[in-house]
Design a protein around this ligand. Sequence first.
Ligand SMILES: [Zn+2]
Ligand SMILES: [Zn+2]
Length: 88
Amino acid sequence: MESYRCMNHPEKMAVAQCTRCGKPVCDECYNPETGRCRIRCGEMTAPGSAGAPPHKNVVMNVIVSILAILGGLLVLLLAICGTILFSN
Ligand SMILES: [Zn+2]
Ligand SMILES: [Zn+2]
């Protein structure tokens, strides 16, 4: 049975798994504070980064998508109503 090896150091044994990307990492690459790998997922959670958290952006995207769908449905509804009115 082959044991896990660090994704960045194939010669090193992995001591943990990144909680974000799930890749095995050695003690050098693993950040116990975040539970993530330093190289791939550590940078994205750098403290002090300005701007809104990414969660807010996702919510905004969902709201915009819903509004776009509602707008499209409204136009479609108006078109159907217009067709019905004209056919009568
Ligand atoms: Zn990772
Ligand atoms: Zn490593």
